[in-house]
Write a new protein. Sequence first.
Length: 395
Amino acid sequence: MEAFFRTHTYLVEHSTAPVRRTLMDEIDWSRRMIGIKGTRGVGKTTLLLQYAKEKFGPHDRQCLYVNMNNFYFQCRGIADFAAEFYRKGGRVLLIDQVFKQAEWCTELRRIYEEIPGLKIVFTGSSVMRLKEENPELNNIVDSYNLRGFSFREYLNLLTDNHFQPYTLDEILNNHERIVKQILPKVSPSKHFQDYLHHGFYPFFQEHRNYSENLLKTMNMMTEVDILLIKQIELKYLPKIKKLFYLLSVGRQKTPNISQLAGDIETSRATVMNYIKYLADSRLINMIYPVGQAFPKKPAKIMLHNSNLLYAIYPNKVETQESMETFFVNSLWKDHSVNQGTRANSYIIDDKLQFRICDAHQPNKPRIAPDIIQARYNTEVGKDKQIPLWLFGFLY
């Protein structure tokens, strides 16, 4: 136990979170069991350590951070460890990568029932379906999702500002006023393309090649998260990777499931399951017409965020594709996103119609009065013409 406390103290003392994540203030920290999901590289470990630092400090032994990567837990269940920690005065146990522990959901249920005075905060992969696939956790866990940096968080980090997020209604109704408050402090257009290229994952701050690091992370998502959590045999990994690449270079077209099944030599049903796993791992987004959902075939498949575009085919990224990917990813957190009835358009929350367009586009097509334009290559907007970058302030 002492070794774990020493590690905890070191990690909390040396943890740095230059941008306070919005999720820190959205979580109800009074709950007894909290699950934080998210894809690799978005900062789940940093969030746990920041919570420990803010609420307890590095030396308060009521709080302890442990990582299930430690081989110690291959021989000892987390429930027994939690009981010992509680007997020694522990009150909050932070468990990183909980899915690495065998029978982790059963172990968490044991802790919840047997140690009512202990709070558990754990992290897991975005692939995990905490309640749907783990009935032991029904009604006892509050689940949250940590995303990569929003454009707002990225700007705050680089420019030392403290811009606050806005709701979609606030942006729609007051975007001209909001922009006037932002522009005197920063020029979003100077940073927007960099964000699209490398701003979503916090590890862009590390002194390593970002694209290579992202490719490594993407491989880990398939090799560990999908295979381990979905219990897929290793021999099927090349099929999943090949499918992901084929979807990535499909340029937002409606996927031909039969063709994909032939390409990776499997059944249509298996292709659809693999597509769902890739979406759960936050590698792709499936776009459906209003009223449709999985297991039906999506109308369009997009990469989850624009950084993935540049990592996979950096010399072939089309501006329109990158801008639409940014828009969909920004709206996805708190809103439903569906295929629009026109080219380059999307329906948000089953009612709002948006078109992603270039503010400098020559021969601009006629836009119906009910269409909201999310325009790139501009910093300002007017009426139903809203600068695209501002949707990066939704969280």
